[in-house]
Ligand binder design. Sequence first.
Ligand code: SAH
Length: 336
Amino acid sequence: MEQLKEELKQAGYPAYRADQLFQWLHNRRVTAFSQMTNLPKSMVSWLEENYQIDFAAPVRKQVSKDKTVKYLFRMSDGNCVESVVMFYEYGASVCISTQVGCRMGCRFCASTQAGRVRNLTAGEICAEVYAAQADTQQRISHIVLMGIGEPLDNYENVLSFLRIISCPEGLCIGMRNISLSTCGVVPQIDRLARENLQLTLSVSLHAPNNTLRSSMMPVNDAYPVEDLIAACRRYQNTTGRRVSFEYSMVKGVNDSEKQADELAELIKGMGAHVNLIPINPVDGSPYSASDAKNVLRFQKLLEARGINATVRRRLGTDISAACGQLRREEMQKTEH
Ligand code: SAH
């Protein structure tokens, strides 16, 4: 809102025009400036000449047996991203993308296989939420930034998005209902800490030491485990919010008893929560999922060492709802 007021002020418009514009964009969600009927015609022309309204058009939709809905959204330049709506007892949660593709290179992830095409704008990220809400006809109460892309590699747009989606004039989704997941871009974790938002920071850890983590996630070469954990501790001290760790379990790679010990030792005393996720095998990746028994054993080992750990409920497995898979299918289709 402040940005909008400033932008309009520069062009000679009074502040209340920013309120009106914001209402049209983020509450009424019109698709053309000409639909903004309380704005003067000259202002509508000026908007049309200088700006565009970002959108996310559903081009594919898959509904799972468990009601999870996955969308492939097309943006104005033809690029596609994915969003997933999941229904929980506490409400509807949407998992959204922050970039077209990703440049982080995690070996198990479908989203990064073709690299990063571009960042999404704050408007496009908002549009994913609005389109998901419009199509499901359900109020979205929770947001997870865990779709395609690395949110902290698109810092400014993501922050803008967070401010828009949580503000009282917009959807007003509380920061405590928003989780941001990162592969561990340390300087940006510190930057986020300074914003002092009440969102949940999820860190994709996946391995308890540098040798293993670097073999799975190239980002670890730039920001090794000890620096990452130190940044997480700083984040907790600054914001008063506990971080949570994602640990995708790969058979015979990161799921041994020794590794559970190592993980417990690494994060002890943080009160952090560990989310165990059997890895979702993607084409071209050497990894396969730990079996359910092993995942449970790993969980018990962590709990015995005082680490709070849960196994993530799997939703939408029948519709390839894991990140990047639908976009990749679509890209392959258009290539052939
Ligand atoms: N770039 C951010 C957010 C997007 S990925 C991040 O790395 O956290 C969301 C989560 O899904 C991350 O924890 C990521 O490591 C994990 N993930 C990616 N591909 C996966 C797969 N095939 N199976 C299980 N988890 C996966």
